[in-house]
Ligand binder design. Sequence first.
Ligand SMILES: [Zn+2]
Length: 349
Amino acid sequence: MPARRPILTYGLAALTIAAGLVIGVAVGRMLVGPTTTPGLSGAAAPGAHLAESTPATFPAPAGQLDAPADSVRQPTAATPIAFDVSRALATIRALEEFGPRKGGSAAEFAAARWLQQQLGALGYEARLESVVLTDGSTSHNVIARAEGSSPRVIVLGAHYDTKPPSPGANDNASGCGALLEIARILAGQPVTPTVEFVFFGAEEIIDGDPDHHHFGSRARVAAMSADERAATAGMISIDMIGYGPEFHSRTMLRGPRGMSDLVLAQAAASGVRMTFLKDPGASGWSDHEAYELAGIPATWIEWRDDPVYHTAKDTSGHLDSAKIRTAGQLVLDVLRSLDANDLETLVAR
Ligand SMILES: [Zn+2]
């Protein structure tokens, strides 16, 4: 796509913009007007009373970053688009106000409807996918697509349920805030891959059985046809990106590592200190699990550790907006760097 190549003349730039407009209309995204800020009316000004550490970017010290595999191409610089962390924070506060959102609960469903409305306000046709849980209750995935110039799909996911009594600001309204902000940007700036946004329901364990989790993502993958899985180039789970000193790309090491390698390569190119960390959970600890086990290149992006996750203290007041910005910008940059060749490499596994 044009964004990855130097623009040689103003004429070419104009053609590029015109082509982008045509594509934007042709893909039928049904934008309803200027994009709007997600958030609740009357909410505090974005960014207020949130701690912000020194910027979470560092010069990349030689030898201290996990080197991407030799086969991974180096990301090509694209015209940067800034990830607006204040919008992500507004989403986080809005979700926090729904309180604890256990999978299958009324509060979780209210949050699902709110997320669906936010996507609608951005011009997306968002649908709810029902997921019946083992306790008989029903959770929902909230799904929308930004059509790209390629039919190859990158799934961008974040769970919006929480582990009571936690209001889940970091786990995982933070990932939802990033997802909605990236959806806002891509509504106006098409990228090469088709991007499927999924706000997953019921990621957390709902009872005493440690395998009673990841209901939304497992159901989503189970509902995909063989052709859909084959067309899915990669998946990124954004889960807990608001707190902690360590920044990781994580997989269970049971599926293709192509997506994780691309994320790590983009981080290195951006001067962001990020390392690979194995997810050692028997069934994984985030929504990449089902995708990874289905053979799709999947990764989980996380800042860690957060000592108050899964407690009532997981409120927006303890989040570090610089961490959220770093993670959100990284995912946005990865999506914008992917070209058709990258997507074919990913689907070839
Ligand atoms: Zn989580």
